[in-house]
Design a protein around this ligand. Structure first.
Ligand SMILES: Nc1nc2c([nH]c(=O)n2[C@H]2C[C@H](O)[C@@H](COP(=O)(O)OP(=O)(O)OP(=O)(O)O)O2)c(=O)[nH]1
Ligand SMILES: [Mg+2]
Length: 139
């Protein structure tokens, strides 16, 4: 019972996540060693702020982190994941139209990776379902 209550009331962090697509590749960045899930690759994005919707949060984060301006993004999937130390809800959009050339603006490593090679990189556990769906949809 206590567990159920804890779970139901556990604070979840809402995160806007972008799958930046160009042809058969997507742009991924590496999380800083010192942060939650550090040292792993990620799809760029970040926390949705109060009074902000996912589309706006995504555009803001991708401008800050990659220096690109999103023209169009489409909802792709939602994932809820409990890391034990943190509960996250990922609001994932595909981004197929943008201006600028993505790069790690905050010193983070970034790379275009073929969709078929994504499974070779180390991502946070929550990302497994994203990669499975990308492979099913685009490969
Ligand atoms: N951006 C991103 N976050 C992910 C992915 N997979 C995954 O589990 N996460 C988790 C890790 C973090 O707990 C959370 C994202 O929070 P964050 O700390 O990076 O958020 P942020 O960019 O706003 O950073 P900050 O304001 O805290 O500096 O979501 C992913 O593919 N991309
Ligand atoms: Mg971030």
């Amino acid at each position: 019972m206590e567990n159920t209550l804890n779970k139901a009331h556990k604070h979840t962090v809402n995160v806007a996540v972008g799958i930046i697509l160009r042809d058969t590749a997507c742009f991924v960045t590496k999380r800083n060693e010192t942060v939650h899930q550090g040292g792993k690759w990620e799809f760029p994005g970040g926390k949705v702020e109060r009074d902000e919707n996912v589309t706006d949060a995504l555009a803001r984060e991708l401008r800050e982190e990659l220096g690109i301006d999103v023209i169009d993004s489409e909802p792709f999937m939602h994932i809820e994941h409990d890391y034990g130390d943190k509960h996250v809800t990922l609001h994932i959009h595909t981004v197929s139209s943008f201006t600028g050339e993505p790069r790690g603006c905050e010193g983070q490593q970034g790379a275009w990776v073929l969709l078929e090679d994504l499974q070779k990189l180390r991502f946070p556990d929550a990302n497994k379902a994203i990669i499975t769906k990308l492979e099913a949809q685009y490969l």
